[in-house]
Write a protein that binds this ligand. Structure first.
Ligand SMILES: [Zn+2]
Length: 155
């Protein structure tokens, strides 16, 4: 995995060090060691100040480059100073679950706003979004991933 971290607070060495360690940890857990060592996976982490105020999300993940064989991704996170590290690491874990869904082509967003999940196509509005199977999977895994990472990192 080629990892790039940019944007707000990306001059903060400690923050970048933790995000880097976490990203590789999540990659190993979710995609396997082979993808950690592969140069055929690009992940840009973009830190944004007040993303929540601007776009009403704490993070999102989208595909850049090929849609038929997704290997380049951008993860944007709300890096505002008031969020503690544990929170940011949990959002990163959540977005990494979405990255895996895209990577495996389980999840696919159509231009018309509908979403393919595995064999079913959904029309999602903001109310049903959190109940969607791809969000349920991300919420189910985010704390476990972040906790495991922090245990290994801070021990
Ligand atoms: Zn999500």
């Amino acid at each position: 995995m080629n990892l790039y971290i940019e944007g707000y607070r990306s001059q903060n060495k400690k923050l970048v060090e933790i995000l880097t360690a976490a990203a590789y940890w999540y990659c190993a857990k979710l995609l396997g060691i082979r993808m950690v060592n592969s140069s055929n996976l690009d992940v840009d982490i973009k830190m944004t100040k007040s993303l929540k105020q601007k776009e009403n999300v704490y993070g999102y993940c989208h595909i850049i480059g090929s849609l038929s064989r997704p290997r380049e991704f951008c993860i944007e996170l709300d890096g505002s100073i008031e969020h503690d590290m544990e929170q940011i690491l949990t959002w990163l874990a959540h977005e990494f679950v979405h990255l895996r869904q895209f990577f495996r082509i389980e999840l696919y967003d159509y231009e018309d706003g509908t979403t393919q999940w595995k064999t079913k196509r959904y029309k999602i509005n903001s109310r049903s979004h959190l109940d969607s199977p791809w969000e349920k999977e991300a919420y189910r895994l985010e704390n476990k991933l972040a906790d495991e990472f922090m245990e290994s990192y801070y021990e």
